[in-house]
Structures are given as structure tokens and as C-alpha cells.
Write a protein of this length. Structure first.
Ligand SMILES: Nc1ncnc2c1ncn2[C@@H]1O[C@H](COP(=O)(O)OP(=O)(O)OP(=O)(O)O)[C@@H](O)[C@H]1O
Ligand SMILES: N[C@@H](CCO)C(=O)O
Length: 360
């Protein structure tokens, strides 16, 4: 879908700036790809922009540049050079100040053989560039695609890799909290409250109060923590191989990562990977596969076992809130199709009222 008014204003800017016609055409082409499907982030990257960027790396010459339609946070392009296949991400929201945590964490993990996109290093030693006035990074392209209907095998592979990732990142030196953690929930709840029905409002207030109280307990303090992905939904894990014999390609999209309780990270996954889509109820076979596989690599602690039900609710609350926020307070021209908030309202309700699968 093309937003004609925006395209017209971009063309006007290009004409005023006396941009050569070829660059203009490239920009329009990128714009059309980018605006296809759900994505409305608008950073047109021309082939000339990519060539200029590549001059700061030892990644060979540009072969092709192709906009990626999926995703609602950043502008992504597949970037093929004479030396390999990469992904170029232009950051629409994250700042130069916030980015080193994510980029250096991916670098740290890739060095430790965790399958994550490896940020490429510029000739000046840094791994963050500037593109169209925004921060940008080039990372390796991972094999595979995401799985809509994970089986127990997908769950086990994702879980074991997450456990290895938690252990590998334990001593990572940059500290940055989960920026979508409790403080953000407290700040955001009053912003979305006016859009809620009375029942929704009660559910939100009760859940938030529960999390605020729990965060003050000794049990919460005892939970193991460290760098965590914090958004490891199915669409952020790539699988190659077949549906019957999946081979994990890697974890992507670290841009909500932060230092948090590891059990929260696991709850985010289980709430997305191991549920019935219509009801939000847990599917025991999938949840058990996830938790067993994680436990094999990093055994759960007693504090985590006790915290599990409340952490499942925390993870549901986090995404209900962010989806409510994105739905009711959308960022100008950036998102055409925010995710459905009612899904996580159902998940949260289910975690309050229905049976859960306990940690092994
Ligand atoms: N390193 C990578 N290797 C292979 N494919 C990738 C990589 N990074 C991104 N992609 C592809 O680009 C798509 C969008 O990427 P991503 O999910 O990071 O976008 P986003 O806008 O940051 O996401 P979201 O809306 O989920 O927050 C992915 O679904 C995947 O197909
Ligand atoms: N995983 C989030 C989107 C942000 O990455 C959600 O489904 O709400």
C-alpha cells in the first residue's frame, strides 16, 4: 500500500534538493517495497545509500538491496554483497545512546556461538552507522523462516538455545534494563486506561498491583537474571529443515532485549509458543517440551518454580499493555496494523483463571 500524501511530500523534498532522477526512482522503488503489507516505516534507502554505507566496511561490493515487508519497529533490507548475505536495519525508534547494548550483546553472543545475527564491524571499529540521519547496523542474515505452528521439537530447540543464550550472556558487561519492564508498565497503564471498559480496567489495575507488590518480595530478588531477549515470539526465531525435523536457524530482533529475570524471558516464550490461539490456554504438551528442554541446560531454581505463575501473568500483562499502547496511541505514520491487544487480554485472563503447566 502506498501512502500517496507521504510519497508526494518525499518527492517534493527530493526535487527541491535536486536529487538525480535515478536516485529518486530507487527511493520510490524502496518505498513501494517497504510500504507493502503491514509495514509503514518510511526510511527509503537507495542503492547509492547502500554503496556509500558499504564503503565504511570490508563487506565487498553491493549486489542487491531488497526491502523486507515484515516487522513494525524498524526498516529492514536484505543486503547482498560480493562477500555474503546481510540484513541492514535502520532504527526508527531506538537512539544512538540505547543501541550499543543491543548491538554489542548480539556481537558478544555471536562470538560465543549462539545463533544470532552478527553485527558487522566498520573500518573505524564501531558497529553502528548513520543512514538517512538514523542509526543503522549491518548484521548477518540467518537461515530459515519463522514457524506459525510450532511442534514439541520446535519448542525444545528454542528453549535449549534460550538457556544457552542466558548462560552465555551472564557476564556481558553493559547493563541496560528491560525498557518495557515494570517502570514502563506503571507509566503506560494510566495512558491506556481511558480507552478500556470497566472490566478491562479492573483487570489491568489488579494485574499491575500484583506485579508491583511481587517486585518488592525477597522471592523476586532471588530470581536469576541477566541479559534477556524479552520478545522471543515465534516470529523472532528462524527455523530451517522441515516441519517434522526443524533445525534452528537463530534468534532475531533483539531490540527489546534488556537485563531482566530469566524466568520472565521464558514466560514470554511460553505465552506465545505454547498456547491455543483462540483461547490463550496453554497446550500442556508444548509447554512441557519447552520447560523440560530449558531445564536440561539450565536447571530451574526453587524461586523460579514459585515465581512461575506470577511471571506468566507478568509476561501477558507486558504485551497486553504494549499492544494497547500501540493501538490507542499509534506513532505517526509508523504503524499501519498494530497487533491485536485483546489477544493478550485473553492470555492474561487465562493465566489468572486456568490451569498452568508447572516448572519441572
Ligand atoms: N538477521 C536476519 N536474518 C534473516 N532474516 C532476518 C534477519 N533480521 C530480520 N529478518 C527478516 O526480517 C523480518 C523483520 O525483522 P524484525 O522482526 O527484526 O523487524 P522489526 O520491525 O524489528 O520487528 P517487530 O515488528 O517484530 O518488532 C523478519 O521476520 C525476518 O524475516
Ligand atoms: N512481539 C510483540 C511485537 C513487538 O516485537 C507483540 O507481538 O506484541
Amino acid at each position: 500500500m502506498i501512502i500517496w500524501s507521504e510519497l508526494a511530500s518525499i518527492l517534493a523534498v527530493c526535487v527541491n534538493a535536486q536529487v538525480p532522477p535515478s536516485t529518486l526512482l530507487e527511493s520510490v522503488y524502496s518505498y513501494k517495497i517497504i510500504c507493502n503489507a503491514n509495514m509503514a516505516v518510511f526510511t527509503p534507502v537507495s542503492q547509492q545509500d547502500a554503496r556509500t554505507l558499504l564503503a565504511d566496511y570490508q563487506l565487498g561490493e553491493l549486489v542487491s538491496l531488497e526491502g523486507i515487508a515484515a516487522g513494525i519497529e524498524n526498516t529492514n533490507h536484505f543486503l547482498t554483497t560480493t562477500k555474503g548475505e546481510f540484513v541492514l536495519t535502520t532504527f526508527e525508534v531506538l537512539t544512538f545512546k540505547q543501541l550499543p547494548f543491543y548491538i554489542e550483546l548480539m556481537h558478544y553472543l555471536a562470538q560465543r556461538k549462539i545463533p544470532v545475527p552478527e553485527p558487522q564491524t566498520r573500518d573505524d571499529g564501531s558497529r553502528i552507522s548513520t543512514l538517512c540521519g538514523k542509526p543503522a547496523a549491518i548484521v548477518t542474515k540467518l537461515p530459515g523462516s519463522y514457524t506459525v505452528d510450532p511442534t514439541a521439537k520446535h519448542c525444545a530447540a528454542g528453549a535449549a538455545t534460550l538457556a544457552y543464550m542466558h548462560l552465555a550472556a551472564k557476564d556481558f558487561s553493559i547493563q541496560q534494563p528491560n525498557l518495557r519492564g515494570l517502570d514502563w508498565w506503571i507509566k503506560t497503564a494510566p495512558i491506556v486506561q481511558p480507552f478500556l471498559t470497566k472490566d478491562q480496567s479492573i483487570l489491568l489495575s489488579v494485574s499491575l498491583a500484583e506485579q508491583q507488590a511481587y517486585a518488592k518480595t525477597a522471592q523476586y530478588s532471588a530470581l536469576p537474571e541477566g541479559p534477556a531477549h524479552c520478545d522471543l515470539f515465534r516470529d523472532n526465531v528462524l527455523f530451517a529443515g522441515s516441519q517434522a525435523e526443524p533445525v534452528l536457524g537463530g534468534f532475531i530482533d533483539f531490540y527489546f532485549a534488556g537485563c531482566d529475570k530469566w524466568i520472565f524471558d521464558i514466560a514470554v516464550c511460553v505465552n506465545d509458543w505454547c498456547i491455543e490461539r483462540q483461547t490463550g490456554l496453554l497446550i500442556p504438551k508444548l509447554a512441557e517440551a519447552w520447560l523440560e528442554a530449558y531445564n536440561q541446560v539450565r536447571p530451574f531454581t526453587d524461586a523460579e518454580r514459585k515465581a512461575w505463575p506470577v511471571m506468566l501473568r507478568a509476561a501477558a500483562l507486558r504485551f497486553w499493555l504494549s499492544r494497547l499502547y500501540d493501538f490507542h496511541v499509534p506513532r505517526a505514520a509508523e504503524m499501519l496494523k498494530p497487533h491485536d491487544p485483546t489477544h493478550f487480554e485473553r492470555v492474561l485472563f487465562a493465566r489468572m483463571n486456568d490451569a498452568i503447566v508447572n516448572l519441572p
